[in-house]
Design a protein around this ligand. Structure first.
Ligand SMILES: Nc1ncnc2c1ncn2[C@@H]1O[C@H](COP(=O)(O)OP(=O)(O)O)[C@@H](O)[C@H]1O
Ligand SMILES: [Mg+2]
Length: 251
């Protein structure tokens, strides 16, 4: 069974803006799959639909065999989602945020264990006693990611987990993600616009551009197929030279 099965997903936003158009891919159990593409290409739209927080115009999504559009509550029990902007908890301390997040999902000793685990994963130490509003962007990202991973979901959905972070923190987050995937067998769907960092992290990638997947496969196979030295070159070739950045798009 696939961890995630997405087929023919289309999202047309009010006003006729196309978020994604006919997107299909699967994430195998235990795999790290990454959607990569420039800003405005449809990554967040896809991840929000898979996480059941946004309804598609058409298409299908299954999480471990559960129809996520028909049974979103059941699907939500299997996933843990890091949104593009995980904010809005300014007056909680880091610890309080973790506790709040974990206790939405787990109870009793499971919750206590996950909370301890999240403290560790975050690497934030004493800063966990401070309010989130005093955190840098990187610290907020680590805090949210640690909470999302600590509950040990079947499937983690992480929207640009390292966006806007310095090199050191990006490396830490990448190692954390990879470690969790290996040690707990958590299947992962990630997005990134940083094509070079993805090479290290992912088993397979889908290159998304203007709402469509233009190439897909293992990093090594894609490089061979396109005669490219890295995924940036694969992207340029797969997107067919018509590359321009969307205006007014975020993240
Ligand atoms: N709420 C929205 N209303 C209208 N258009 C949107 C909305 N959210 C995203 N879009 C558009 O959908 C496209 C894909 O955006 P998004 O999924 O955020 O891309 P990415 O995450 O790859 O940057 C962009 O053209 C964006 O402007
Ligand atoms: Mg985005």
């Amino acid at each position: 069974m696939d961890a995630i099965l997405v087929s023919d997903l289309t999202k047309v936003y009010p006003g006729g803006f196309v978020g994604v158009s006919g997107v299909s891919f699967r994430v195998e159990e235990g795999e790290i799959y990454c959607l990569i593409g420039p800003n405005g290409s449809g990554k967040t739209t896809t991840l929000r639909i898979v996480s059941t927080v946004l309804k598609p115009t058409s298409g299908r999504v299954e999480i471990c065999g559960v129809d996520a559009l028909k049974n979103p509550l059941e699907a939500r029990r299997l996933i843990s989602y890091l949104p593009e902007e995980a904010g809005g908890y300014e007056d909680l301390t880091g610890r309080e945020f973790i506790e709040f997040f974990v206790r939405l999902r787990l109870k009793g000793s499971d919750a206590v264990e996950a909370i301890e685990e999240a403290y560790k994963i975050s690497g934030l130490g004493d800063a966990l006693k401070r309010k989130v509003k005093t955190y840098s962007k990187g610290m907020r990202r680590l805090l949210a990611l640690s909470a999302v991973l600590s509950v040990e979901p079947r499937v983690a959905i992480l929207d640009e987990p390292t966006a806007g972070l310095d090199v050191e923190r990006s490396l830490f987050i990448r190692d954390t993600i990879k470690g969790y995937n290996k040690s707990r067998g958590v299947s992962m769907l990630l997005s990134s616009h940083n094509m070079l960092e993805v090479e290290y992290l992912c088993d397979r990638v889908g290159i998304i551009y203007k709402g469509r997947i233009v190439a897909e496969g293992g990093v090594k196979e894609l490089k061979e197929e396109y005669g490219a030295r890295n995924l940036e070159e694969v992207f340029v070739r797969a997107a067919g030279g018509s590359i321009g950045f969307e205006q007014g798009a975020s993240g």
